[in-house]
Design a binder for this molecule. Structure first.
Ligand SMILES: Nc1ncnc2c1ncn2[C@@H]1O[C@H](COP(=O)(O)OP(=O)(O)O)[C@@H](O)[C@H]1O
Ligand SMILES: [Mg+2]
Length: 277
C-alpha cells in the first residue's frame, strides 16, 4: 500500500526556480542552482544556474581554463561543491546512476583486465552477481553492435577501441546521465571521426542525457542538441544555443548552411568571451 504523501510536500514552496527560456524548452533533468566553487580563493563558479534537459545532448564549450571540466566534475560529484544545489529530477546524486568517461583512456582502464572484465567491473562495483553482470555486458555489446574482441587487454587495443570500452563501461550501469570530458582528445583524427559517429549512434539508441566537454567547436555543435557556451572565469552562460539540426548527422551536415551558420554564431560568441569585450 502506498504511504500517504506528507502534507508539507504539496504545501512546500517550489524549490527549483525556473530559468527563463523558450516556451518549447524541454523538461530539465539536471538543475544547478546558485552553484559556488573556488580553488584556493580563485572563484570558478558564483551564483551559477543551469538546466540540462532530459534525454538531450549538451556540449560544453568555452575558453581554456574557464571551468568546463570543473562543471561536469561538480555535477558528477568527482569534486565537492562549495555552495548551491544540484539535483537530478529533484533527487540527489547519491540517488542517481551516472556514468563518466575520462579524457585519458590510457589511465581509465585497468591494464591487467581484459576489455570484457573492465566493462563488467562497473557492475561488480555495484554488487551485481557475476552471471547477471556478464549477461548485461554481452547484451550491451550486442545492442551497440561493437566489433571489438573483448578478450583483448587494453595494451592490445587501439586508442579508439580503448575509449569505446571506457564508454561501454560507463553505459553498462544504464546511467541516467553520461558525462564525457574531451573523450577523443588523445585520439588521431580518423579515430576521432569514427568515435563521434559511435557516440552519436549510442546517444540515439539509448536516449541517455549526455554532457560532453569539447575543445573542438565543430565537434561540440555536430553532436549537440544544445551548446553551452561559457565565459571566462568566473564562468557565466554566455549563450545556451539550441542546435535544431536533424539527426542522424553526417558529413553532409557539416557543410549544410544551418550548421555552418550555427557554428559561426558560436565562434563569434566564443571570440567575444575570449577577448572579454
Ligand atoms: N583541483 C584543482 N585545484 C586547483 N585549481 C584547479 C583544480 N582544478 C581546476 N583548477 C583550476 O580551475 C580553473 C578551471 O579548470 P578546468 O575546469 O579544468 O578548466 P577547463 O575549462 O579548461 O576544463 C583553471 O584555472 C584550473 O587551473
Ligand atoms: Mg578541461
Amino acid at each position: 500500500m502506498n504511504a500517504p504523501l506528507p502534507v508539507t510536500d504539496t504545501a512546500a514552496p517550489q524549490r527549483v526556480r525556473q530559468l527563463p527560456g523558450p516556451a518549447d524548452k524541454p523538461p530539465a533533468h539536471i538543475t544547478v542552482r546558485g552553484l559556488y566553487k573556488n580553488f584556493n580563493g580563485s572563484v570558478i563558479y558564483e551564483n551559477f544556474d543551469l538546466d540540462i534537459p532530459r534525454g538531450k545532448f549538451v556540449s560544453v564549450f568555452g575558453p581554456n581554463g574557464c571551468g568546463k571540466s570543473t562543471l561536469i566534475n561538480l555535477i558528477s560529484g568527482l569534486i565537492p561543491i562549495d555552495g548551491g544545489e544540484i539535483l537530478f529530477d529533484g533527487k540527489t546524486l547519491a540517488e542517481t546512476r551516472i556514468g563518466y568517461v575520462f579524457q585519458n583512456y590510457r589511465e581509465a582502464l585497468f591494464p591487467w583486465m581484459t576489455a570484457f572484465a573492465n566493462i563488467e567491473y562497473a557492475l561488480k562495483l555495484r554488487h551485481v552477481p557475476k552471471p547477471e553482470a556478464q549477461e548485461r555486458v554481452r547484451k550491451l555489446v550486442a545492442h551497440l553492435g561493437v566489433q571489438i574482441d573483448l578478450t583483448l587487454f587494453p595494451y592490445q587495443m587501439s586508442g579508439g577501441q580503448q575509449q569505446l570500452v571506457s564508454i561501454m563501461r560507463a553505459l553498462v550501469v544504464e546511467p541516467e546521465v553520461l558525462f564525457l570530458d574531451e573523450p577523443f582528445s588523445a585520439l588521431d583524427y580518423e579515430m576521432t571521426l569514427f568515435m563521434r559517429e559511435q557516440l552519436q549512434r549510442i546517444f540515439e539508441e539509448t536516449g541517455t542525457t549526455m554532457v560532453l566537454v569539447s575543445h573542438d567547436l565543430e565537434e561540440a555543435v555536430y553532436l549537440a542538441d544544445y551548446v553551452l557556451l561559457l565565459s571566462r572565469r568566473p564562468a557565466r552562460i554566455a549563450e545556451y544555443q539550441m542546435v535544431p539540426v536533424a539527426r542522424p548527422r553526417n558529413d553532409a551536415t557539416l557543410a549544410s548552411p544551418d550548421f555552418v551558420e550555427l557554428k559561426r554564431h558560436c565562434l563569434e560568441i566564443f571570440q567575444r568571451e575570449v577577448r572579454g569585450s
